[in-house]
Design a protein. Structure first.
Length: 311
């Protein structure tokens, strides 16, 4: 093991939003940063803790924002957005500060969060991305009827989504179709995949395969994308309840952005042991970091472009 490697126990929390589960690590105030090596080790449900995404909390760059957040997938890639994890982080920081509203920043941009009187956490996920170049797609295409069997829709929510409308969401072979569509050549950065059944103008049923994570019980950005796609096709209104395997989210596509509301639950708190960290790091990790590589992009340095998914 490289001399000087930081193996202090690392505190973490396990949280979930509708069964979409997360490890949350607070790396503010100079704590060691998460890296792909740690994300992969932690994401293993047998040898680590297990998660659909890992949320890393960082110091804010702006005085009006509570924190920055980086979202990691179990494969070590970085996700541009994760709605359910954003609600979990917002809940933690609201309880810490006593505030009922705050702003978080992810690669998606600023995310306005508030705690509603009914206890649900609401997040403005921003305007949907409806330009094929920014979703992104590999070539020009009708985003409401992609040239893929089933004519799905494409929507960006800080990450790409491919939304299929089906007669029976329960009958979809998600484990077979999800990975094939995730890596379709039309999506150069891979894609999240949603299968949606319209139940009424105000309610849809959705199942999801997340890029870099696989089948999950819920996906916040996916629910937003599905609601936008359904409204654009005239199948629903702009305000819908999305029924996921783990429960329901309320989605409201407003002029200013897509607003998502749902629960956020704390399961337990723990500490990553020096023994676990030593095994996770390997021989080449730099001192002062938890892992062998460093993240990149708007919030850090080093994650592979296009790697990752969203919740």
């Amino acid at each position: 093991m490289r001399p000087g490697l930081d193996l202090r126990p690392v505190p973490f929390r396990k949280m979930h939003g509708l069964g979409n589960d997360f490890v949350v690590i607070d790396a503010r105030a100079g704590a060691p940063r998460v890296t792909p090596a740690l994300a992969r080790a932690l994401g293993d449900r047998h040898f680590g803790v297990g998660f659909d995404q890992l949320a890393e909390i960082l110091d804010p760059d702006r005085p009006d924002e509570a924190a920055r957040v980086v979202f990691w997938n179990p494969d070590g890639g970085v996700a541009g957005a994760c709605g359910n994890a954003t609600r979990c982080v917002a809940r933690l920081l609201m309880e810490e500060s006593g505030a009922d509203a705050l702003i978080l920043r992810s690669e998606r941009g600023p995310l306005a969060c508030r705690r509603r009187p009914d206890g649900l956490i609401e997040v403005d996920m921003g305007a949907p991305v409806l330009d094929w170049t920014a979703i992104p797609l590999a070539r020009p295409a009708d985003i409401d009827a992609l040239p893929i069997e089933g004519a799905p829709s494409a929507v960006g929510m800080g990450n790409p989504h491919c939304v299929f409308f089906v007669d029976d969401a329960e009958a979809v072979a998600l484990e077979r179709l999800g990975p094939a569509v995730e890596r379709h050549p039309l999506f150069p950065e891979r894609t999240n995949v949603e299968f949606v059944q319209v139940l009424s103008p105000g309610r849809i049923r959705m199942r999801v395969w997340e890029r870099g994570a696989g089948v999950t019980l819920a996906c916040g950005s996916g629910a937003c994308a599905a609601a936008v796609a359904a409204a654009r096709r005239g199948l629903t209104g702009r305000r819908v309840e999305v029924l996921l395997d783990g429960g329901a989210l309320q989605i409201d596509w407003r002029d200013e952005g897509v607003v998502m509301a749902g629960p956020a639950a704390l399961v337990f708190e723990g500490r990553l042991s020096p023994e676990f960290l030593a095994g996770a790091l390997g021989a080449g990790a730099p001192a002062g970091a938890i892992g062998a590589e460093a993240p990149s992009g708007a919030l850090g340095a080093g994650a592979p472009s296009g790697a990752g998914g969203a919740a």
